[in-house]
Design a protein around this ligand. Structure first.
Ligand code: G1P
Length: 282
């Protein structure tokens, strides 16, 4: 199975840094954000990735590519550990890139990947959503999908006041952590929201979604919304996942992720914990 990762967004919430650096390349400790979600895909059994990209995002492709000159320099200098690290990243997954020529929304970004995916089930991962979980969230969703078929999305409770930031789902809970979705709406006002269970950026989708996306008119924010196409699919389930979730699409969320992974890091952990304690005391 392939995973589609839309990475064409401008990252306006990180301007001015995103004038020159893709937001997906901003670091959490010593690794770019994008590596965390690629690692999640790989740990879930997916090693073919489709990046939906745009002008100025070349650094992402460079990162997952081999770097012969750098590798030769490290080898000549006897820096074995660094060499392994550089090679490890390039060997994580097979990467294909497709350019999204115009920014028409998430639905349009996913549709852009159609030639690389074909008429097969596939996974969509939104790299802004980073989740630390014992069982990777994509794996959790694939396990549900093996049981239910159809569309499967990751769900999380949000405060009612925040529903206008997310896709919101409603329907009967067929298990404590599983909803059979009969209603999906993108970014509703709190008073119109059918529930407070929001979509987090992980989806298992059938190839038939592309046909639905081709028919989808612009919706919330004037964009072609993936949620609108999903709402017309015959069978959809939501999985209320377990794991710590961070929205790294804004600077404070990114800092939260850095503190989470930093305080747990096998090498940097003690120093990060000491630093966090120092700030907590002030
Ligand atoms: C997108 C989806 C939305 C989902 C969110 C999760 O919104 O359209 O349904 O809840 O991702 O991160 P965006 O964050 O691109 O506005």
């Amino acid at each position: 199975m392939k995973a589609v990762l839309p990475v064409a967004g401008l990252g306006t919430r990180f301007l001015p840094v995103t004038k020159a650096v893709p937001k997906e390349m901003l670091p959490i400790l010593d690794r770019p954000c994008i590596e965390y979600v690629v690692a999640e895909a790989v740990a879930s059994g997916i090693d073919e990735l489709v990046f939906v990209t745009a002008r100025g995002k070349g650094a992402i492709e460079e990162y997952f590519d081999q770097a012969p000159a750098l590798e030769a320099t490290l080898e000549a200098a006897g820096k074995r550990e660094l060499l392994c690290e550089v090679r490890r990243v390039a060997q994580l997954a097979t990467v294909v890139s497709i350019r999204q020529a115009s920014m028409k929304g998430l639905g349009h970004a996913v549709l852009t990947a159609a030639p690389a995916v074909g008429n097969h089930d596939f996974v969509v991962i939104l790299p802004d959503d980073i989740v630390d979980a014992e069982v990777p969230v994509v794996r959790q969703l694939l396990d549900v999908h093996a049981d239910t078929g159809g569309v499967v999305v990751a769900l999380k409770e949000v405060p009612r006041a925040d529903t206008r930031r997310y896709g919101i789902c409603a329907g009967p809970m067929v298990r404590p952590d599983r909803m059979r979705i009969d209603h999906m709406v993108e970014k509703p006002r709190p008073e119109d929201a059918p529930s407070n269970l929001s979509i987090v950026g992980r989806y298992v989708l059938p190839g038939a979604i592309f046909e639905e996306l081709r028919r989808t008119e612009p919706g919330a924010g004037g964009e072609i919304q993936l949620t609108d196409a999903l709402a017309r699919m015959p069978l959809a389930h939501g999985h209320v996942f377990s794991g710590a979730h961070f929205d790294t699409g804004n600077p404070v969320g990114l800092l939260g992720a850095a503190l989470h992974f930093g305080t747990r890091h096998p090498v940097m952990g003690p120093a990060v914990r000491a630093l966090a304690a120092k700030f907590a005391a002030n």
